[in-house]
Each structure stands twice: as C-alpha cells, then as structure tokens.
Ligand binder design. Structure first.
Ligand code: ADP
Length: 501
C-alpha cells in the first residue's frame, strides 16, 4: 500500500515543481543539486540533466562561487545563516556567462535523515530593466522640469511643496529639501486665504485656476507672480490630489514698469519746470515790450521839453502813447494773473481788421522808428474769430517784430499783412522781405529759447504757437519764392468753432 502512495506523492510533488512559475532548486549539505524544476533550467539557460547532480556553484558568478562552500560549512558547524528563512537579492549566472539579478529565498528541510536546502529563485532581470526605464524616465522628466524657465512644482492640498523645479527653488530661494509651504512665502499684504481657497477648490475638482498676482517675500525681497494651479489625482487607491503650481514670475516686469513710471514722473516734473521757465520768460518778454516803448516815449518827451518851443500836441501824443503802453502792460499782467488763477481768458468776437489795426496802432511808433512800411490786404467777407484780444495782438506783434528784425538789410521794403478766409476760419499772414529761414534754423524755430539774435530771448514764437494752439488754431511758416523773405501765418477757427478753453 505504501509504495503506490509514495509514487503518487512523488508524482504530485513533481506536478507541483513543474507548475511553479519560479525556479525551485534543492541542494544537499555540500551544495550538490538534488532536484530542480524546468523553470530553474529555463532561468539559468540549461537542460535539466545538465544541472542535476552538479554543484550549485555552477549557477553563480565568480564572487559568490568562491564564498559558497564556506557558507555551507559555517552553517553546518554553527547554525549561523545569512539567508535561510530571510530571502535576499543576489546574482545568478546563466549558461552563456551572463550575470543577472535574482531574488533568492532559501528554506531548510530534511529527507531520510539528510539535511537539504530548498531555494526559490525569481529572475529580476525584467523588473530591473523596468525599474531602470522608470528611473531614466524620471530623470528625463526631472531634467525637463529643471530646464523649464517657469517656476513649477507639485504641492499637496495644504500647499506643502512635494516637488519643485530649479526655477521654483530659485524663486523661493530654497534648495527643495526643506519642508516648504508655499503660503509661508506670501508677503504680509497678500491674501493667504485666497491661496488656501484656491488650493481647496483645485483639490476638490481637477481644474485649472489662476491666482492673479501674488506677492512673495523671499529673503527680504519682494517678488511677484501669477499663480496657476492644476490638480490631478495622485493615487488610484485614494482621492489624494497633487496640485501642479506654475508661477509666471512678474518681478522683473513689475520692477521695469515701476522704473518706467518713475522716469515718466521725473520727466513730467522736468516738463513742469521747463514750462514754468518758459512762462516766466514769456512774462518777461510780453511786459518788456510796452516797458521798452514807455522808456522810448519818455526819452522822446525829455528831448522835447529841453527845446525852447514845446509843441503841446506832440507832448500830448507822447503822453497818450505812454498811457496806452502802460495800460497794455497792465493788461498783459492782468491776463497772466487770470491765467495763473486758472480763469479762462476773456474772449470776444473780433474781425481781422480789428486785430490787425489795433496791433499796428499800438505798435506803430516802434515800427515807424525803423521806417518799415506795412501794407495791408484783406479779403472781403472774412469770418469773425472768438479770441482773447491781447493774446492775439501779442502773436501778431511778435510776428511783426520778427519781420522787422529780419529786414535790417532792406528797410525800404514793406511788410505785407494779409487776412484771408480758410475753410476752418481766418488766416492772418505776415510776409517780410528779410533773410528768410535757413533749413537749420527752421528745425528749431519754435523751440523755446532758440534765437539767432544777440539780444533775442527765443521765446516769441514758442509763446505765439502756444497762444494760437490754445485758440484751437495753428501757426506755420514758409520761405517766399525767389529767396524773398519768409511768411508766418496763423489760422484761427471761425467764431462758431472757437472754444472758450
Ligand atoms: P527771438 O525773436 O527772441 O529770437 P523768436 O522765437 O521770436 O525769438 O524767434 C526765434 C528765431 O526764429 C529768431 O531768432 C530767428 O532766427 C528766427 N525767425 C523768426 N522770425 C523770422 C523771420 N520772419 N525771418 C527770419 N528768421 C526768423
């Protein structure tokens, strides 16, 4: 009865051996292979009979082979084992000499009073290759992340940094090893709650949210960036979410904008200062003219009274002129004060002849002194213009004065003042027979303080242009044909188009 049962057990045992996916190998106390399954032969690249009865060392690489007899002997003598019942990762050697990683667990048993060891071997070659591929892929991803210029990382739902690329580490000035919480870097004036709320939202529903412009305080420096969050499930078995954070660093941009703003403010400051300087020079210029005329009349009066016979009408004319010029100076100052006080200058509807005649009348004496003739030419049916009388007289006077100045070589020639209607209003032109305007002067003509005269202030045309433009008009000049002097013209919008600003 015993015999068939033993045979049956042996048959069952060999089914078990053969069915096992792992390599199973049985050795005796000196290392001779007593039994092995075909998985074992396959793993080590042999036919089963080539292994059976041989020493197990044939399946080991050189370094293990040298030690193995010693291991077995020591275990026999002392019962000390490094491997039995433990299992370890060791190396095996195939028939073609290739060494491969394997997992080995060893158990001990006895058969017919003889001590036997059973080894179960699992070939780790594929797993190692897989692991290596994964490691390489991870290294590639890491490299990709690190070479990305956008600070990028992965945080958990509490904003704790799990992974950070170099850009994020350098943004936060940390080395990535510390226990870093994104929120702890937010500067005091930034809503920490808003980061927390966005992290909660992102963790609940995978979504991309944008947190516009968060300010961070890093090593005492303020840095700013727009934060983008995108969440994804980290593990299949629980609902743990990782949140990808990307920060578009706007520190440099904001600093550049701040710098540009400061430069603009500085420029505006200088512009205000130069406008003030121009205005001061303008005041001096405008008041200078009547004052000069008063001085001239006073001098003429003195000469007269020194004579024996003083013509009363002549004296009267001189005093009248002095009075008129004093009124004009007062008028100029009044207008400037009203300008400075922010009041709009007084405007009235005037005709071309009123403007031209009044100006010529007021300044006749100055122009007469230089013996310059003035010819007038008006078109019929000119529009009225709605202007500040004194300011427009000032413009015309400046143009006349410049015309006279340019004609010192041709005092016999006449200045022609003409008025014509243009589509948009009234054009008054002053045509001289002077030097004309060279290209180099033309470029800078209306720049404040540009003058070609030894006693000039270079402010007249700049003031003229400002006044005309304030009236909604425009001032321009051109050289006359044949090198015969220049013509300065200004356009004033018709009374209906005039504004009161
Ligand atoms: P200023 O008369 O004090 O020099 P302006 O601003 O009135 O200041 O004129 C600037 C410059 O423009 C003059 O110095 C002169 O060179 C040139 N200019 C102005 N009007 C004429 C003109 N009619 N003919 C030639 N040059 C002129």
């Amino acid at each position: 009865m015993n015999q068939p049962l033993a045979a049956e057990e042996a048959a069952l045992f060999s089914v078990l051996l053969e069915a096992a996916a792992d390599a199973i190998i049985v050795i005796d106390e000196v290392g001779t292979v007593r039994q092995a399954n075909s998985a074992c032969a396959r793993v080590f690249g042999y036919e089963l009979p080539e292994i059976l009865g041989r020493n197990i060392k044939m399946l080991m690489p050189e370094n293990y082979r040298r030690e193995h007899d010693g291991y077995l002997r020591r275990y026999r003598e002392t019962g000390e084992s490094k491997i039995i019942g433990v299992g370890r990762q060791v190396e095996g050697r195939r028939s073609d000499g290739v060494v491969f990683p394997m997992d080995l667990s060893v158990g001990e048993g006895s058969f017919s009073g003889e001590r036997l060891y059973v080894g179960i071997v699992r070939d780790l070659t594929e797993r190692h290759a897989l692991l290596q591929t994964l490691q390489e892929q991870e290294a590639e991803l890491r490299q990709m992340m690190d070479s990305a210029v956008v600070p990028t990382g992965l945080v958990d739902g509490k904003g704790r940094l799990l992974v950070a690329n170099e850009a994020l580490n350098s943004f936060l000035a940390c080395d990535g090893s510390a226990d870093v919480e994104l929120g702890s870097y937010l500067s005091a004036d930034t809503q920490v709650q808003s980061l927390g709320a966005a992290l909660d939202e992102a963790a609940k529903a995978p979504t991309v949210c944008v947190l516009a412009l968060l300010a961070f305080e890093v090593d005492g420096h303020r840095k700013s960036g727009d934060l983008y969050l995108a969440s994804f499930p980290r593990h299949a078995h629980n609902d743990d979410h990782g949140i990808v954070v990307q920060l578009v660093d706007r520190t440099a941009q904001l600093e550049a904008e701040k710098e540009a703003r400061e430069i603009r403010e500085e420029l505006a400051h200088y512009q205000r200062i130069s406008a003030l300087t121009a205005m001061t020079a303008g005041i001096a210029h405008e008041v200078n003219q009547p004052m000069g005329a008063i001085a001239n009349y006073a001098e003429a009066g003195q000469i007269l009274v020194r004579k024996d016979q003083v013509p009363a009408e002549e004296l009267e004319r001189i005093f009248k002129q002095i009075g008129q010029q004093a009124d004009r100076a007062a008028d100029v100052i009044r207008r400037l004060r009203s300008l400075a006080g922010g009041q709009s200058p007084a405007r009235e509807a005037l005709s071309a002849s009123e403007i031209v005649n009044d100006t010529l009348h007021l300044y006749r004496s100055q122009l007469e002194l230089l013996v310059v003739r003035v010819e007038k030419e008006y078109e019929a049916e000119l529009p009225l213009v709605f202007v500040d009388r004194v300011q427009i007289q000032q413009v015309l006077l400046n143009l006349l004065q410049n015309a006279v100045d340019s004609m010192t070589q041709h005092p016999e020639a006449a200045i022609r003042v003409s008025a014509r209607s243009a589509e948009a209003g009234l054009v008054i032109a002053v045509e001289d027979r002077g030097t004309g305007i060279s290209a180099s002067i033309a470029e800078r003509l209306t720049d404040p303080f540009f003058t070609s005269k030894t006693d000039g202030m270079g402010i007249g045309l700049a003031v003229c242009r400002t006044i005309v433009e304030k009236h909604g008009g425009r001032l321009w000049f051109e050289n006359n044909a044949g090198g015969r002097g220049a013509t300065f013209s200004f356009l004033l919008p018709g009374a209906e188009g005039g504004t009161d600003g």
